[in-house]
Design a protein around this ligand. Structure first.
Ligand code: S3P
Length: 434
């Protein structure tokens, strides 16, 4: 036995109750960044108190931005203006956050000072050429390791010019890095995506007073604009809600209400996939939260059927595949995932991590380069390696609720990057998780 943090998951109760899920990670990162660069004071409500988003705030504090925390999940940000960041001393640690590192690469490429971005073990293995490539086309000078991984050594003082960039992969992080560099570039910067991805950068820049044209799959802005402080209300994170949506769908007798969950259409592919499989999920109390659609989700247990997940929906559920795999295990008939090669370069190789973990619990998974076929079956006992990936750990915590024995999940510390308090909320509605 090691003493590393781990969970033991086993069969719990039918899930019952009402949950308030923490704030959206993507929105929280951007809210901190844009408020820091704005002229004036912004207030953020519903900020995710996760390690990833706190790392981003700490980086801006190191560059002279003052933050106040009047209460948990609130920040008052005293913006310094687009030209007001100060040269940081030492390396800037993005922790586990690909979003933090990639968006910062775009921003810092345009600053007059040098900077170095580092990350944890998982982030240090992730591909960065997808951002340094287009940024170099704009005139940025950024060094990576020989294999394109972090640290990123960003040379300040580059004069950037706008480009038209057609993204080879659908990535909101790459799109955002190019647009943020474009704010500082001469002329116009435009991006076109092979499939529309989450548009939080575009929506939020507009909320901060930036003139930006966008529609699904494209965006365009002029350089040299300033940001005007504004208040941001962060919706509950759909990707965190996803574990409870799947858990309530597959645990007999369950009924959960998840309050005010962000339902940006570029995030809710899992709802489409689960409904295709026969899930019983209703939306109530639709409203808007900081310009984002939100609603309560009421999820009841249902008998799911395996399905072919439509390839078009994959980018809209890119963070939800660990959860989907667990739903697929509990369905009747196989589920087929294709067109999801990006899963191999997330916080872990999620196709491999899910396939290996489910095989450990006695299931048959046929893995392909860009997906898998998941064959349902009874979940047994075993020890799962999360590979330091928060979403793998939470997915197997859900799997454990259907296990005939005990599922030990190793390496769970990184759950705090996106969902601090997951285990407390989960046990509060009926999970057996210790
Ligand atoms: C994110 C974009 C997605 C997603 C990640 C957060 C963002 O990554 O997987 O968790 O906040 O822009 P890609 O940009 O690689 O698609």
């Amino acid at each position: 036995m090691t003493s590393q943090p781990h969970w033991i998951a086993s069969k719990g109760q039918p899930l019952q109750g009402t949950l308030d899920i923490p704030g959206d990670k993507s929105v929280s990162h951007r809210a901190v960044m844009f408020a820091a660069l704005a002229d004036g004071t912004s207030r953020i409500d519903g900020f995710l108190e996760g390690e990833d988003t706190r790392a981003t705030a700490a980086i801006f504090a190191r560059m002279g931005v003052r933050f106040e925390t009047p209460s948990p999940s609130r920040r008052i940000v005293h913006g310094v203006g687009v030209d007001g960041l100060k040269a940081p001393q030492g390396e800037l640690d993005c922790g586990n956050a690909g979003t933090g590192m990639r968006l910062l690469a775009g921003l810092l490429a345009a600053q007059p000072f040098d900077s170095v971005l580092v990350g944890d073990e998982s982030l240090s293995k992730r591909p960065m050429r997808r951002v340094t490539g287009p940024l170099a086309q704009m005139g940025a000078r950024i060094d990576t390791q020989a294999d394109g991984t972090p640290p990123l050594h960003i040379h300040g003082g580059a004069q950037l010019h706008g480009i038209h960039y057609e993204l080879p992969v659908a990535s909101a992080q790459v799109k955002s890095a190019v647009l943020l560099a474009g704010l500082y570039a001469q002329g116009e910067t435009s991006v076109v995506e092979p499939h529309p991805t989450r548009d939080y950068t575009e929506r939020m820049l507009r909320a901060f007073g930036v003139e930006i044209d966008f529609e699904p799959g494209r965006a365009r802005l002029r350089g040299g604009q300033r940001l005007r402080a504004t208040d941001i209300a962060v919706p509950a994170d759909f990707s965190s809600a996803a574990f409870f949506i799947v858990a309530a769908s597959i645990i007999p007798g369950s009924q959960l209400r998840l309050r005010s969950v962000g339902l940006n259409p570029r995030r809710t592919g899992l709802l489409a996939a689960l409904r295709l499989m026969g899930a019983d999920i209703t939306e109530e109390n639709h409203s808007e939260h900081g310009g984002e659609p939100v609603a309560d989700l009421v999820v009841r247990h249902a008998r799911l059927k395996g399905a072919e997940i439509p390839v078009e929906v994959v980018p809209d559920m890119i963070d939800e595949f660990p959860a989907l795999f667990i739903a697929a295990v509990a369905a009747e008939g196989p589920t087929v995932v294709r067109g999801a090669a990006e899963l191999r370069v997330k916080e872990s190789d999620r196709l491999a991590a899910m396939a290996t973990g489910l095989r450990t619990l006695g299931l048959r998974i046929d893995e392909t380069d860009d997906g898998a076929t998941i064959h349902p079956g009874a979940l047994g006992s075993g020890t799962i390696e999360s590979h330091g990936d928060h979403r793998i750990a939470m997915a197997f915590a859900v799997a454990g609720q259907l296990s005939t024995g005990q599922v030990r999940i190793n390496d769970i510390a990184n759950v705090a990057t996106s969902f601090p308090g997951f285990d407390r909320l989960a046990t509060g509605v009926g999970f057996a998780l210790a």
